[in-house]
Design a protein around this ligand. Structure first.
Ligand code: HAM
Length: 427
């Protein structure tokens, strides 16, 4: 019988199903362990916020705010947006809940869906998941280095290969305006050659021209002044301090003065991790320092730094390098007939009470078809309960990987399941 789905997920949004979900959970578990070691605690903020929060922080003339937000009015006529990223919401929460009164630094992580109305392509979705962190309270480059080192540890904990770390400093309110003037002067007599987006960026935020991927713009910006040559003394010493610390930790990275990021809140450090195996959407994680944002949200002067990892992209990379991890039942109970079926139902419960994964065959089906099912779901062991077993109180077991078998007392079968699992894990 052929069936056609009547409804489909929205464009750019997708289900995460088994076996993929196991990979996601494995990553999340590994990440939480790393967060524990660095003292980052979880924070969960709503997926929708007042639109203002994103406009004011990410920036009115950024691609995200101009083109990519899911913005709508609620029934009371308030403008809400689905969060396109996590930083603005965490800063809102930090200020609203007066978390600045707690001992500094305050370090948070979050895992959850973000929403951007982008043109979907491989690695780019309209609903995507980020794991992000935000550390509040330290202006020192040690915090930038700690956060970058933790990002390395996170990606290392799941065995991701061949990642490139790039760092930059985009200065502060003292040195960036002077640098912008230099860029305006440089691009001023090259305007003809810029793409339409960059012509607009020239007026709104000329730094973004440095980030453009259009070949003509890449060509045109050869010889453009570098931000790293125009930092004020404080920003320069912060950036040099960061590099010394990264060297001390033995992290390999490249300084990329063209890496300016697409969000307006950054000050000083920006960084990005890319992978050579991902095609056009190759940024696996990115972040930076934002020393003014808490103040702009009404809190006290509080320097901060953070990053976010694109989860779909690292799942894709893990697929490429390892393949999925599919969990399998520890025990499959095949039973024949009504009374045996009842015993298998009880035994499954007793085995699950012990924390093992038990599945049952259909007692009305043949032993052969139940064994076939055990094989398909890759059960480790099968218990077989038929009339004979009920009479003798002895249950046969079989290990599917090597066809070894044996017998155990039905009354002791749940405990035997625990032992069998232990044996198969240690063999
Ligand atoms: P972002 O660079 O906009 O930064 O996003 C971080 C990461 O999210 C990207 O490197 C990418 O892996 C992933 N990502 C972004 N957009 C998409 C998409 N449409 N589909 C799939 N993955 C995507 C931020 O969001 C900042 N809040 C990071 C931060 C935290 N900075 C300071 N603290």
């Amino acid at each position: 019988m052929s069936a056609e789905a009547r409804y489909r997920a929205l464009k750019g949004m997708k289900d995460v199903l088994p076996p993929d979900i196991h990979l996601w959970q494995k990553i999340e578990t590994a990440f939480r362990e790393v967060f524990g070691a660095y003292g980052f605690q979880e924070i969960r903020t709503p997926v929708a916020e007042s639109t203002d929060i994103f406009v004011r922080s990410i920036g009115e003339t950024t691609d995200i705010v101009e083109k990519e937000m899911y913005t709508f009015e609620d029934k009371a006529g308030r403008s809400l947006s689905l969060r396109p990223e996590g930083t603005a919401s965490v800063v809102r929460s930090f200020v609203e809940n007066r978390l600045f009164n707690l001992p500094s630094p305050q370090k948070f992580y979050y895992m959850g869906p973000m929403f951007r109305y982008e043109r979907p392509q491989s690695g780019r979705y309209r609903q995507f998941y980020q794991t992000g962190v935000e550390a509040f309270g330290s202006p020192q480059p040690e915090m930038d280095a700690e956060v970058i080192a933790m990002l390395g540890r996170l990606l290392g904990s799941i065995g991701l290969p061949e990642l490139v770390f790039q760092v930059n400093s985009i200065g502060c309110e003292n040195c960036r305006p002077g640098y912008k003037e230099k860029l305006l002067a440089f691009f001023g007599n090259r305007l003809e050659g810029l793409c339409a987006d960059c012509a607009r960026r020239y007026r709104q935020n000329p730094l973004r021209i440095l980030d453009c991927k259009v070949p003509g713009c890449v060509e045109l910006r050869q010889g453009a002044p570098k931000i790293t040559d125009h930092l004020c003394a404080d920003c320069r010493s912060h950036f040099e301090g960061l590099q010394r610390l990264l060297d001390l930790l033995g992290l390999s990275y490249a300084v990329n003065p063209d890496m300016v990021r697409g969000l307006d809140y950054y000050t000083r450090t920006t960084f990005e991790v890319t992978s050579g195996s991902l095609g056009a959407q190759n940024a696996v994680a990115a972040g930076g320092r934002y020393d003014r944002l808490v103040r702009e949200f009404g809190g006290p002067e509080t320097p901060a730094v953070g990053f976010a990892i694109g989860m779909e992209r690292i799942v894709e990379l893990l697929h490429q390098s390892a393949g999925a991890v599919v969990p399998a039942p520890d025990i499959f109970i095949a039973s024949m007939g009504g009374e045996a079926g009842k015993q298998s139902f009880l035994l499954a419960q007793q085995i699950r009470d012990r924390g093992l994964w038990a599945e049952r065959g259909d007692p009305a089906a043949s032993l052969k078809s139940q064994m076939r099912r055990a094989d398909r779901i890759a059960a480790r062991h099968v218990f077989i309960i038929g009339e004979e077993e009920l009479r003798s109180g002895i249950v046969r077991w079989k290990r599917l990987a090597d066809s070894s078998q044996g017998e155990v007392a039905l009354s002791d079968a749940a405990e035997s399941a625990v032992r069998l699992r232990g044996d198969s894990l240690s063999s």
